[in-house]
Design a protein around this ligand. Structure first.
Ligand code: PMP
Length: 433
């Protein structure tokens, strides 16, 4: 299957290069390939499958749509199902917000959010952050930091300014911890005041409360609060990209809630559709500057995705999956930190809930000014491959892919965690051989 597929598909394919399997079935946290081999899935559709594969509530919700005679998609026309989903999702934000359905995928949410911020403010520029990831379409890619895919494309959306994102382990400015946060905040505020007094006033600031693709980097709560304060003061819209960190993955419904801030726009995709394609914005009503039909798109009414999204939200609440993500995540981080004492090639373990990053380093080289060893891209790739051989699926992120990322389903059990750790330890040892 793999060779046949490779011959038929564009060179653009990505995951099959590192995870060469043909999938036959999946359930819960498990994926089974065509040869009957079972894998523990810590990729979960790139963080989409919060409830794991083929959760009975999701299957039932989709089957109900199919049996009900509802159209499969309805543009942006209303159905009772859409009404129920909208009401339930909106409850997470409160009455000051409205929702915009903007297409099937995360990049659609980025495009709509930026376009809305530009429409509302009449301004052209956007501030984004180093290490941020917002998608692969022209606008979303322009907002994405540090990615090889950008360099190959000429003429992306203009007017994006990048500022450094706090990184307590490997801060690009050499600023870590509390002092680093203060310095970055100071820099941010001065930058905003400078551009405010010039000709390039930014329409929006876009960021992830936990950078996923960027290598699982968590924004310090104090920094995020300060960003909120400064953007509010200057009438700049704050867009929180919760495409990956949202929907209980971080241990809260949304990762920005750790900072107790109110964003102006929240981007949702991945888990919002319960594993089916859907992208939604939550918009503070005062910034809902669209003219009627000012942003359209055919696939804004996927009824199966809305049914699955509704089922998923219900299960998240009933089973308190935010709490499960927090408890399992804390246990895994503690176990990984113990392992790092034994294996110094594990330089840093970080994240929140079930969004965990493990940065690999070369401890035979000298430390940098932060006291950290240089990152080891070769080793992290070797670990990912060894994990695959040990039937553990996961992805890497960060600059040059030096960070192994865990994004398992949020239904992960304690037994799964123990198995995950055993497989991971064995894989690191295999990679070091
Ligand atoms: N934002 C974030 C934070 C993401 O992680 C991703 C996908 N990894 C996107 C946006 C883009 O989503 P999509 O791939 O569905 O376009």
């Amino acid at each position: 299957y793999i060779n046949r597929q490779n011959a038929m598909e564009s060179n653009v394919r990505s995951y099959p290069r590192k995870l060469p399997l043909a999938i036959a079935k999946a359930h819960g946290c498990r994926v089974i390939d065509v040869e009957g081999k079972e894998y523990l899935d810590c990729l979960a559709g790139a963080g989409t499958l919060a409830l794991g594969h083929n959760h009975p509530a999701i299957i039932q919700s989709v089957q109900d749509v199919l049996a009900s005679g509802l159209p499969l998609h309805t543009l942006d026309l209303t159905t009772p199902l859409k009404d129920a989903f909208t009401e339930t999702l909106l409850r997470e934000f409160g009455e000051n917000y409205c929702l915009q359905f903007c297409g099937p995928t995360g990049a659609d949410a980025a495009e709509a959010a930026i376009k809305l911020a530009k429409t509302h403010t009449g301004r052209a520029n956007v501030i984004s952050f180093s290490g941020g990831y917002h998608g692969m379409t022209h606008g979303a890619l322009a907002l994405t930091g540090n990615l090889g895919a950008k360099n190959a494309v000429n003429n992306l959306m203009a007017g994006v300014q990048f500022l450094p994102y706090p990184h307590e382990y490997r801060c690009p400015l050499g600023l870590g911890g509390e002092a680093g946060v203060d310095a970055l905040t100071y820099y941010f505020e001065n930058f905003i005041e400078d551009v405010e007094s010039g000709v390039v006033k930014p329409a929006a600031v876009i960021l992830e409360a936990i950078q996923g693709e960027g290598g699982v980097v968590t924004a310090p709560t104090k920094w995020l609060r300060k960003i909120r304060e400064i953007t509010q003061k200057h009438g700049i819209l704050l867009i929180l990209d919760e495409v990956q960190a949202g929907f209980c993955r971080s241990g809260k419904m949304f990762a920005f809630q750790y900072s107790e801030i109110e964003p102006d726009i929240v981007m949702m995709s991945k888990a919002v559709g319960g594993g089916l394609p859907l992208a939604v914005l939550a918009i503070k009503k005062e910034f809902d500057a669209w003219q009627p039909a000012g942003h359209t798109g055919t696939f804004r009414g996927n009824q199966m995705a809305m049914a699955a999204g509704l089922a998923s939200l219900r299960v998240m609440k009933e089973q308190n999956l935010a709490e499960n993500a927090r408890v399992r995540g804390d246990w895994l981080q503690a176990a990984l930190k113990e392992l790092a004492k034994e294996l110094p090639c594990i330089g840093n373990v970080r994240g929140r809930g079930l969004m965990i990053g493990i940065e690999f380093v070369d401890e035979r080289k000298p430390v940098d000014h932060m006291g950290a060893y240089p990152a080891d891209a070769e080793l992290s790739l070797a670990v990912q491959k060894a994990c695959f051989n040990n039937q553990l699926l996961l992805e890497r992120g960060g600059r040059n892919g030096t960070v192994i990322r865990l994004l398992p389903p949020l239904i992960l059990t304690q037994d799964d965690c123990v198995e995950l750790m055993a497989k991971f330890k064995q894989s690191v040892l295999d990679a070091l051989k």
